[in-house]
Design a protein around this ligand. Sequence first.
Ligand code: SF4
Ligand code: SF4
Length: 103
Amino acid sequence: MPWFAGYPREKIKWYPTIDLEKCVKCGMCMNCGQKVYRWTEEGPVVAQPYKCVVGCSTCATLCQGNAITFPDREKLRDLYRKEGIWAKVKKELLKEGKLNPEE
Ligand code: SF4
Ligand code: SF4
């Protein structure tokens, strides 16, 4: 399914920020399957921010340096409400047969 059923990913400011002063170079962030991070001599950098899965914060949980932060989740909730995301996602899920029309 496309991002938010067609809502442009680049318009959603959801991606990690690294505080390299806190980073202990544990490498856990490199486990992100979306290839958001790239390793450099200084440590990890957020190379492809818009590949981050909106709402995910797994790397921050795994980060041993507590160096990764994300924007305020409340802003994300506002966006869901304002844009009527669920109505769009529901349509897509029904089309893909992932949702029972009775529900
Ligand atoms: S939040 Fe999830 S998708 Fe985004 S960079 Fe971290 S692990 Fe990857
Ligand atoms: S997970 Fe955190 S501490 Fe570990 S390398 Fe990545 S940013 Fe640094």
